[in-house]
Design a protein around this ligand. Sequence first.
Ligand SMILES: Cc1ncc(COP(=O)(O)O)c(C=O)c1O
Length: 346
Amino acid sequence: MRDYSSDRIDLRSDTVTQPTPAMRDAMHHARVGDDVLGDDPTVTELEQRIAALCGKEAGLFVPSGTMSNAIALRTHTSPGDEIITAVNSHIYVYEGGGYAALCGASIALVNVEGGLMNAPDVEKAIRKQAGSLSHYPDGSLVCVENTSNRGGGACYPQATLDAIAAVAKANDCAVHMDGARIFNAVIATGVPLDRMVRDYDSISICLSKSLGAPIGSVLVGSKAFIARAHRWRKMFGGGMRQSGMIASAGLYALDHNIERLSDDHQRTMTLANAINSTDGFSVDMDTVETNMIYFHSETPASEVMGHLQSKGIDVMDIQPNTCRIVVHLHITDEDIAQIINVFSEM
Ligand SMILES: Cc1ncc(COP(=O)(O)O)c(C=O)c1O
């Protein structure tokens, strides 16, 4: 039984989830205050809890993952700096060029294999003004996305995360993690969150993706970093007043919606295997580790999407012959069986 008011099977994103009655109840009873004045106890609790889970000193609640990344980028860099990140990263592909408009920074793109960067390639992409007769920008920030959205939801091996952070540090770069779906990575790899991000200066974590909250992300880092980020949040218009109303949904999600991600991952794997063995479709199974499937089709993606739509199933066409499926907390075993059935008839 889906816990929202639609009979469609909506797999376009894990951002389509709606707060469940229990989550709405938590929101209804939230203690609130004016968070711009530092008075909202629920926001403070959420910031401190996520910071503690990451083993960091402080957190900052913001409306969206895009704003959280933008604040991190702006706090870490100065105009004329260069940010080093994956060619498929959300920061580069899907955030409106905010790195250029809001930070005055350029981007050095790193190729990916299996959706993920490796440390030697990151190191090669770091350029420094010093010693270049001022030809180069100053590479000052490395960004890693875990899980990797356009990488098929793949998780970085811990050794790679550590190695990338090490080359960043060795080259005087800060290192930021876009952890929009970091709890999916924690559940899939079994690596505790504080260990996973140990060597990272800042981490952006979304509550409104696979965790099922309606709004909100938390940026974490050192006290000094978050104090500077706080000013950028103000300038970007991200200071919110009685935001405990939505932070309470985030706290509810931390308590109830993390362990259950393994169910999403199992359903994703079942569906990915079925699609991959259907004639005319293929999935790069190596990247299927969490709640995403990018499937390739012989027929144009728009046609596949249209056919699925006519059967009550919504997916997103990403490229001419590729669609994305994201499994989330409203998707049941019965839904998975129904989707497999529709694929088998195509
Ligand atoms: C990896 C990643 N980072 C950041 C974001 C941005 O989050 P938001 O849509 O809350 O701005 C997304 C959104 O899907 C994402 O997938």
